[in-house]
Design a protein. Structure first.
Length: 195
């Protein structure tokens, strides 16, 4: 079983790379942003099916662990798990699962509201419980209860959830006692400062 590969990105295809390792080219499916001819290390998850053996690559162990957890959810195969991880960062996805934010998870291609809710139901205890130590220490703490209201308020003002989610999480974590009325002006200031 292959656990990790280090090599040169020889070719970048649609959803995969050819990773050249000591003269052997491995086709590795990945949602990571990699550049041609760069040297990379990828954590590898091997998925064996009746008709294929596929390698899935991740730049972090936390990404690989989350991929494995996602594929345990009925209706989420490797392709959908990679689509989710290619759309939503590991930290954002873990926070969305922990806070029950199905709307963020449903932004990934191939993921509808029902699948997003199923992911939350089946993984919420694993993300917030004993499995949390499987992830990198940079994993966010569960955001406060003001986060969903802050997101709704900003979306009502026309901002896309994926564009504002990380900033909103940081604001709520920095100001755990603040209510939505106080957080919205802070968020707008933060957004205007980033332009």
């Amino acid at each position: 079983m292959i656990g990790k590969l280090q090599g040169i990105v020889d070719y970048i295809g649609d959803g995969y790379v050819i990773l050249l390792v000591h003269g052997v080219g491995y086709k590795v499916f990945t949602s990571e942003y990699l550049t041609h001819k760069s040297t990379v290390e990828l954590w590898i998850e091997t998925v064996v099916r009746e008709d294929s053996i596929r390698l899935f690559g991740f730049t972090s162990l936390s990404g690989q662990n989350l991929f494995n957890m996602l594929t345990t959810v009925s209706g989420v195969g490797p392709k959908v798990a990679m689509a989710i991880l290619g759309t939503i960062s590991v930290d954002t996805l873990m926070s969305a699962i922990a806070t029950g934010d199905a709307k963020t998870i449903a932004t990934a291609p191939g993921v509808g509201k029902k699948v997003a809710e199923k992911i939350i139901v089946e993984l919420k205890n694993k993300i917030g419980g004993t499995s949390a130590d499987l992830f990198a220490p940079t994993a966010p703490t569960a955001a406060g209860s003001a986060l969903p209201d802050l997101l709704m308020a900003l979306e009502a003002l026309g901002y896309r959830r994926l564009d504002i989610l990380e900033m909103a999480q940081k604001l709520v974590n920095k100001n755990p006692t603040a209510d939505v009325a106080a957080l919205v002006p802070m968020a707008l200031k933060e957004i205007s400062g980033n332009k």
